[in-house]
Design a protein around this ligand. Structure first.
Ligand code: ZN
Length: 189
């Protein structure tokens, strides 16, 4: 990402919005915005497969592994406005498991790109399944979208839920039910 070029574009945008990019409060804004966008879109410059591959461990378990309440901050590709919320990941391994912090890293890499929540959910599930040849994977995401809250229909309290279930989470109703009931278990204080 060419920071100078982005700064130029932000200056132009400010002018077009009716602002004076040279007034005191805005003088450093193009630089701040460029830095901020570099971080918020850093997922384009990170490779989820490298991250995953360095965190795959041998483990012969056939139990469900669940990580709940992973914070998600992303940007909708339709309005470039934030959406944020939580992601819950469950999987049943065959002979490999993933380092727990890497599950959160995978979420961040895909979230720091322009997204729609449906695709973000599906990408995370598909990558985890592929990386460890999991018997099944389930990902549930609950987010609030600023493009609905601040503009358009201005609905502040609606939460969008998306899910992606693969393998046994898709084919086996009992497995899916176990996943859904574990998601509802109260978290420790
Ligand atoms: Zn949107």
């Amino acid at each position: 990402m060419n920071q100078e070029r982005v700064m130029e574009l932000v200056r132009e945008l400010l002018r077009e919005l009716g602002e004076d990019p040279d007034r005191d409060g805005l003088r450093k804004t193009p630089e701040r915005v460029a830095k901020s966008w570099a971080f918020l879109t850093s997922g384009y410059r990170a490779d989820p497969h490298t991250v995953i591959n360095e965190a795959v461990f041998e483990a012969h378990t056939n139990n469900m592994i669940l990580l709940r309440n992973i914070e998600v901050y992303s940007l909708c590709e339709h309005h470039m406005l934030p959406f944020y919320g939580r992601c819950h990941i469950g999987y049943i391994s065959r002979d490999k498991v993933l380092g727990v912090s890497k599950l959160a890293r995978i979420v961040d890499i895909y979230a720091r790109r322009l997204q729609i929540q449906e695709r973000l959910t599906a990408l995370i599930a598909a990558d985890i399944r592929k990386a460890i040849n999991a018997e099944g994977v389930g990902v549930v995401m609950e987010c609030r979208h600023f493009c609905m809250m601040m503009r358009g229909v201005e609905k502040q309290n609606s939460v969008m839920t998306t899910s992606s279930v693969l393998g046994s989470f898709h084919n086996d109703a009992a497995t899916r039910a176990e996943f859904m009931s574990l998601l509802r278990t109260p978290a420790p204080p």
